[in-house]
Design a protein around this ligand. Structure first.
Ligand SMILES: [Zn+2]
Length: 161
């Protein structure tokens, strides 16, 4: 039975990079849920899950372009420390979110600090990586009208108000 749009799909997954290191992992106690057909997960991943049966497992391999994009050198920028609000504590490896003038949110990572010269990387942390999702499909059910209106899953494995 294929998954239709607007269903709540619950699964466990282990996400690994191409070296086999675990990047993210859900557990039996904290499975992951999303509403199908609503672009809530990577399209290519969703396409692969759509053919799965409850209880089945599948390994889905995504090239960088099917996942978080290629790593872009021009997404690296140098700024002066003074561009940060005064008193901001900066350390290499820290993540921030910048608000662009048109209201978009741009996450970035501080990759290098050299005195007042701060190097920022606006690439997604998983950009340029080939990813493997080991998926176990746990459940499929219809989403409630309220869930569809809110755009997220309610209940035991979802959002709590
Ligand atoms: Zn809600």
């Amino acid at each position: 039975m294929p998954i239709n749009d607007n269903q709540v799909v619950t699964l466990n997954f282990t996400l690994k990079d191409d070296k086999g290191s675990v990047i993210e992992e859900t557990t039996k106690e904290t499975p992951f849920s999303y509403i199908s057909g609503n672009s809530q997960i990577l399209p290519k991943l969703e396409e692969n899950i759509n053919g799965m049966l409850i209880g089945s497992k599948k390994s889905v391999v995504l090239e960088p372009t099917e996942a978080y994009g290629e790593y872009k050198e021009d997404a690296i920028q140098s700024v002066n420390r003074s561009e940060f609000p005064e008193g901001t504590k900066l350390e290499e490896g820290m993540g921030f979110v910048a608000n662009t003038p048109d209201g978009k949110q741009m996450p970035f990572t501080v990759t290098k600090i050299d005195g007042d010269d701060i190097t920022l990387d606006f690439n997604h942390p998983l950009a340029g990586k080939k990813l493997t999702f080991e998926v176990e499909l746990l459940n499929i059910r219809d989403a409630s009208p309220e869930e569809l209106q809110h755009g997220h899953v309610h209940g035991a494995d979802g959002h709590h108000h």
